[in-house]
Design a protein around this ligand. Structure first.
Ligand code: OGA
Ligand code: NI
Length: 332
């Protein structure tokens, strides 16, 4: 419904000057990114340094993989959500409605690439090149985001460089124009700090905070979409919120998207940055790792809950405890 769908322009940010030696030039880009994170929870980037050839190559490799025989693709299927490479067509995660996907780890590339599909023949090369460039872009973007939070641009820098990169290739069938909006991937927020997404055609929709309206994300040629994940909400102690999003089926064509999720290493805990915790802003989330997220996933199939919701410290109870604690002290 038109009344329900707010066609709000989402920010498109030119990040060419993010790497500039002049701190003032960089600061302007950091400011744009900080604003977009607060106001929208997402933004698209242009002049990001990942070439069209590399982006097209990744989409081709994904498309050629999905065109392989079911038998071949199922070689990569696994019931185990911990498997580093996983092809699936079912809704083990509770949110897949109409998609098949291939998910695999990608950073550091040498640890994982030998587990990736060998067919199509150019898969490893094309997806590998794309993954490495996106990983490096993610570190750059995180540098800007943490700087925007007042944590300094090098905050977590090394841990992000060595961190987790989880690449999900999504394959959606063409939707029927008679059926109305058909959901391919149900509403959810992503694990990790940020997701960088490339889509072959429109279908991604975002819902900011408690907005109750879906905004379509346009597929701008050459641009990459970036949105905030659960662990950024934790790190920022709730100053930034992870973004709810979904994918609807494109009625013009089958659609492919490549989502790259970025975080710190598998067993590394993420907690609220100390600098963002004070009397006025008590710690709102408990710490957790990617492994905790994987443990949580199988419990989340029937009714979907955002992972970050399960991490929330009940601050009212927390304050009560403090009050009781200090009262006890006074009376003893
Ligand atoms: C995802 C995701 C959206 C899309 O893979 O987590 O949200 O457009 N994908 O496919
Ligand atoms: Ni997602």
């Amino acid at each position: 419904m038109a009344s329900h769908q707010r066609q709000q322009a989402l920010p498109v940010i030119n990040i060419a000057l993010l790497g500039d030696k002049d701190p003032a030039a960089r600061a302007l880009v950091v400011q744009d990114i900080a604003r977009a994170c607060l106001d929208h929870g997402c933004f698209q980037v242009i002049n990001h340094g990942v070439s069209k050839i590399v982006m097209d190559g990744a989409l081709e490799a994904a498309s050629e993989f999905f065109d392989m025989s079911t038998g071949y693709k199922e070689v990569h299927a696994s019931d185990d959500i911990r498997s580093p490479v996983r092809y699936d067509t079912t809704s083990r995660d509770g949110i897949s409605k109409s998609r098949s996907f291939l998910k695999h780890y990608a950073n550091p590339l040498d640890d994982w690439i030998n587990l990736w599909p060998m067919q199509p023949a150019t898969y490893r090369e094309k997806m590998g090149t794309y993954s490495v460039e996106i990983q490096s872009l993610s570190v750059q973007l995180m540098g800007a985001i943490v700087q925007g939070l007042g944590l300094g641009s090098m905050y977590l820098h090394d841990k992000l460089g060595e961190g987790l990169q989880f690449v999900a290739l999504n394959n959606y069938p063409q939707g029927s124009s008679l059926a109305g909006d058909t959901v391919g991937l149900a509403p959810h927020s992503d694990y990790g700090f940020i997701t960088i997404l490339l889509q072959s055609s429109p279908g991604l929709e975002v819902m900011h905070h408690d907005d109750h309206a879906w905004t379509p994300v346009p597929a701008i040629p050459g641009a990459l979409h970036v949105h905030l994940g659960d662990h950024l909400e934790v790190l920022s102690n709730g100053r930034l919120r992870s973004l709810m999003h979904r994918a609807i089926l494109n009625t013009d064509e089958a659609r492919i998207s490549i989502a790259s999720i970025h975080g710190v290493a598998m067993d590394e805990n993420v907690e609220c940055a100390e600098e963002l915790v004070d009397e006025g802003h008590p710690k709102m989330y408990r710490e957790s790792s990617f492994r905790d997220f994987l443990d949580f996933l199988p419990t989340n199939v029937k009714t979907y809950r955002r992972f970050v919701q399960t991490l929330k410290i009940d601050t009212a109870a927390y304050k009560d405890e403090e009050r009781i604690g200090s009262a006890t002290l006074r009376h003893s």
